[in-house]
Design a protein around this ligand. Structure first.
Ligand SMILES: CC(C)(COP(=O)(O)OP(=O)(O)OC[C@H]1O[C@@H](n2cnc3c(N)ncnc32)[C@H](O)[C@@H]1OP(=O)(O)O)[C@@H](O)C(=O)NCCC(=O)NCCS
Length: 256
């Protein structure tokens, strides 16, 4: 990346800009478009980001970074890196990062839309889609970073991408890869893996950054569509398939 850009810690003041940027970046993402059509609590990327970011920003287990254009001071993109199994003293030191004190042992992140045992099947097809994708994500997390390590096995330590967004006007200029390489460099230094639940458009960028597809979830969006596709027109218009890819980066220092 040219030296006209710099990597810095995200601050609370950045949140409204980042929420708008997130909503814009996912405007054309088909499964996000569909989740916005839910009857019960339709998903709103901007509102979700406005609510979720401040808490994550101060979490002792998250490092949120932005890329800033040094000429204009515009934020070009940001990434939220989660850390699992890292002791407080093992967390990277990032200038300007504000964290609250750990008052209780860290809990593993939960997919907030994962189905609960007593949930009755919803009549809202979008809710069923959320239950499918949330449940699949939860199963992946339980497998790759279990809350309790089985006896005799070392505790899992890893990094994971909670969110990565590059403003549309700055895409294709190396901003996404710079934010990802910050984390994969740390993986190499600590000998730990990283994982991501990649959106459909992003997986090739992760692959270029050294991530491998481990598992995928292929969803036929038309099975959940509450309305015809907004993208195509005519009687044959379809939402089509959307493939989520679970990808892992293995550190260079580890021979598998
Ligand atoms: C995916 C995203 C983060 C990529 O950021 P970016 O700054 O545009 O990516 P980079 O410029 O660093 O691209 C790195 C490489 O990946 C390639 N790449 C990036 N996006 C790609 C895409 N959609 N399809 C194919 N290749 C892609 C680039 O061509 C580049 O390859 P090169 O090094 O050979 O030139 C950005 O497009 C984005 O914010 N998308 C919408 C939100 C999203 O899906 N986020 C991911 C959530 S998991």
């Amino acid at each position: 990346m040219p030296t006209l850009y710099k990597l810095e810690a995200v601050t609370v003041d950045d949140v409204p800009v980042l929420a708008r940027m997130s909503a814009d970046a996912f405007k054309t993402d088909r499964q996000t478009q569909m989740k916005a059509l839910g009857k019960e609590r339709p998903f709103d990327m901007e509102q979700y980001t406005l609510q979720a970011l401040p808490d994550m920003l101060t979490s002792p287990r998250c490092v949120m970074l932005k890329v800033v254009d040094t000429e204009t001071n515009n934020i070009m993109g940001y990434c939220n890196w989660g850390f699992h199994g890292f002791a407080p003293e093992e967390m990277p030191v990032v200038e300007g990062r504000t964290t609250r004190k750990v008052t209780e042992p860290p809990k593993p992140a939960k997919a907030d839309n994962a189905p609960k045992p007593d949930d009755a099947p919803s009549t809202d097809p979008v809710k069923r889609l959320e239950a499918l994708t949330g449940g699949d994500m939860q199963a992946w997390m339980d497998e790759v970073m279990p809350a309790n390590t089985p006896k005799g096995l070392p505790k899992v330590r890893c990094l994971f991408v909670i969110g990565l967004i590059v403003a549309s006007e700055y895409q294709g200029r190396g901003v996404g890869s710079a934010l990802i390489e910050w984390g994969t460099d740390l993986c190499d230094a600590h000998g730990v893996f990283a994982w991501v639940h990649s959106s459909e458009p992003a997986w090739k960028m992760y692959a270029k950054c050294g991530f491998e597809v481990i598992r995928s979830l292929d969803v036929n969006l038309d099975e959940y569509a509450p309305v015809p596709s907004p993208v195509e027109e005519g009687p044959g218009a379809v939402w089509g398939h959307y493939v989520f890819r679970y990808m892992k980066y293995f550190p260079k220092s580890i021979v598998r």
